[in-house]
Ligand binder design. Sequence first.
Ligand SMILES: Nc1nc2c(ncn2[C@@H]2O[C@H](COP(=O)(O)OP(=O)(O)OP(=O)(O)O)[C@@H](O)[C@H]2O)c(=O)[nH]1
Ligand SMILES: [Mg+2]
Length: 377
Amino acid sequence: MKLGIPVIDEILEIPSGKVVTYYVDPEVEGEVFLMQTLHENSERYKCVLVTTSMSPMVVRNRFKEFGWDVNFPIVDAYSGLVGDISDEKYFVKDPSNAEELNKAIENAIEENDLVAINSLSTMIDLCGEEIVKYFKSWRDLAIVNDSILVINFVAWPYDERVINTVIAHSNVIVNVGGIHHRVILGQYYGLVKVDWTDFKRKSILFKVVKPGGIRAYIPKILVTGPYNAGKSTFVHAISTKAVSVDRLGTTVALDHGHVEYKGFTIDVFGTPGQERFDPILKILGEEAMGVIVVIDSTKPEDFPRAKEMLEKTTKFGLPYVIAANKQDLPNALHPEEIRKMMNLPADIPIIPTVASKGEGVYDVLDALLKILMEVGV
Ligand SMILES: Nc1nc2c(ncn2[C@@H]2O[C@H](COP(=O)(O)OP(=O)(O)OP(=O)(O)O)[C@@H](O)[C@H]2O)c(=O)[nH]1
Ligand SMILES: [Mg+2]
């Protein structure tokens, strides 16, 4: 079998009984690799896709965006999570139950030539790191059944043990990473010489405001996050002026806010949270310089969705911070608990907020601005 990936296909043919892992930097959109491998092989081989990170409908739409058909069955290990019933033949009722998920994957390996898993990282987020203990048995089963397992693994900073297990039990690892480079259009300024001390070179975009003068200019900060987390409320709380395109209390297009703050002029764009708007999410994310992910601190079941949205919007290696919203509600999780559950790096700010009362919202902005200034906007 070939992976269907340019250049790699020239040098590599995959025999049956192997595990192939796409090892993807969180800031890169790596999902398409797994999709392309499926597309390449679905006519010739018996394929199946196990989805834990998006609904089958969204999977089909994604494939359609590339002009590809979904002519293979989907094991729906997503709908159960958001309380939906599934139309798919294969349905995992409770994807956060590691044993149930494992059973479904074992069946898939026994019945197919190629089993694609999207994604192992979501499974870890849902079931805990114990899920990787099944990884070796999947490989053994693939050998016995002459099948091939292709896995999408987004390399969040998991426990080293987890990473090592994934690496050790993968026969092939394709690394998908990011090149940290950004083209900036517009006006900028920056120090180029200071002759008595070291200094960090950075370029700062600016706008001239009348009246007002020079403002450091941030053309786009994206506010994203799961449905009903408080994104629109957040955008309104930090903005001098803001409009939202909402219907029946949910955002159907976008929120747009203009922020004048500490010498900055910033345009803030809030995304809808519902999955059916994901196609415009991509467009809204284009050219953003930083991302604020608003989450409802009382809804850990939505954290994987938050990460999925983050994975999409940070594909260019954008700085991001987390607003741990709805801290006024009982059972709100503390930022450090959230960090653990979401497997977020230690240096990512997670800031408690009550957007509906405006509490903490400027702390979030400060944290993001600090990172933006460090990396040099
Ligand atoms: N208790 C509490 N409620 C909040 C807070 N922030 C927002 N809300 C409420 O949560 C609900 C959803 O807020 P929105 O700002 O519309 O959420 P959203 O993320 O924009 O929602 P979608 O655009 O539909 O995804 C509203 O009823 C808000 O009043 C908060 O900090 N605490
Ligand atoms: Mg909204």
